[in-house]
Design a protein around this ligand. Structure first.
Ligand code: CMP
Length: 148
């Protein structure tokens, strides 16, 4: 039985600039991932640095922060069976030049940095990343808890 999981998705500034946010959210929904929280924001430098803190000693960190703050991002919490792996399958590999057509990065990414989307890579990081950007009040209750 697949586990019902949550994952954080970010449509990055390269993809929002292309007007691809709607199409990317549609792909999540068609694949059976439910959008249970959603917002469009422009990240501050401090927010981007904090979010990518694990990469702070990497040579690409400054560029990554500059890119992630260069325009609006669309952040969502996705829920569904094996949501973390499903989202990673829809995204394709980190390096867009290696991503197959039909994947989000293959269709909308440019290279390893400008790769259209971010998705959590494991349950522990998903929990931390969701909590970094969304309060509990911004996330919908499970369907079975909603009034009919
Ligand atoms: P993401 O999944 O958001 O996680 C970290 C991000 O850093 C990654 O997508 C890319 O945008 C970027 N990144 C990872 N590796 C490199 C690299 N070697 N050079 C430039 N950017 C990178």
């Amino acid at each position: 039985m697949p586990e019902i999981q949550r994952t954080l998705s970010i449509v990055k500034p390269d993809a929002t600039a292309k007007g691809a946010a709607g199409e990317i959210l549609r792909r999540f929904e068609v694949a059976g991932l439910r959008v249970i929280a959603l917002k469009m924001v422009r990240l501050t430098e401090a927010q981007a640095k904090g979010f990518y803190a694990v990469h702070k000693s990497r040579p690409f960190f400054a560029d990554l922060v500059r890119f992630m703050t260069s325009g609006p991002v669309v952040m969502s919490v996705l829920e569904g069976p094996d949501a973390i792996a499903k989202n990673r399958e829809l995204m394709g590999p980190t390096d867009s030049t290696k991503a197959a057509p039909g994947t989000i990065r293959g269709d909308f990414g440019t290279d390893i940095e400008r790769n259209a989307v971010h998705g959590s890579d494991a349950p522990e990081t998903a929990r931390a990343e969701i909590a970094y950007f969304f309060s509990a009040f911004e996330i919908l209750a499970p369907v079975e808890a909603l009034p009919a």
